[in-house]
Design a protein around this ligand. Structure first.
Ligand SMILES: [Zn+2]
Length: 93
């Protein structure tokens, strides 16, 4: 029984960290619950989606993460951009 209490708190910690970083609490709770310690660590290391720089595809104007090398909409190759777009949260989206 104590084991499940332990798993619950691992899920809770992973879910809380995931939520703070702008992801789903439920998803990270399940990850932390099924992968104790590892899930919490993954949530901590998970990059903050709201602070990821973005760029505009020069072929179709689709906005993709700066780290993407291929556009998800038109499949065009993306060179490293001259200017990065502001993160989603900062621009008021
Ligand atoms: Zn494109």
């Amino acid at each position: 029984m104590e084991f499940f209490v332990l798993l619950f708190f691992f899920g809770l910690s992973a879910g809380t960290v995931g939520k703070i970083k702008g992801s789903s609490f439920v998803i990270w709770f399940l990850i932390g619950f099924s992968l104790p310690a590892v899930g919490t660590l993954a949530a901590v290391l998970h990059r903050r989606e709201r602070t990821v720089l973005r760029r505009r595809c020069e072929h179709c104007d689709n906005v993709v993460p700066l780290t993407d090398q291929v556009c998800m909409r038109c499949g065009g190759d993306l060179d490293f951009p001259d200017e990065a777009l502001a993160p989603r949260g900062a621009a008021g989206f």
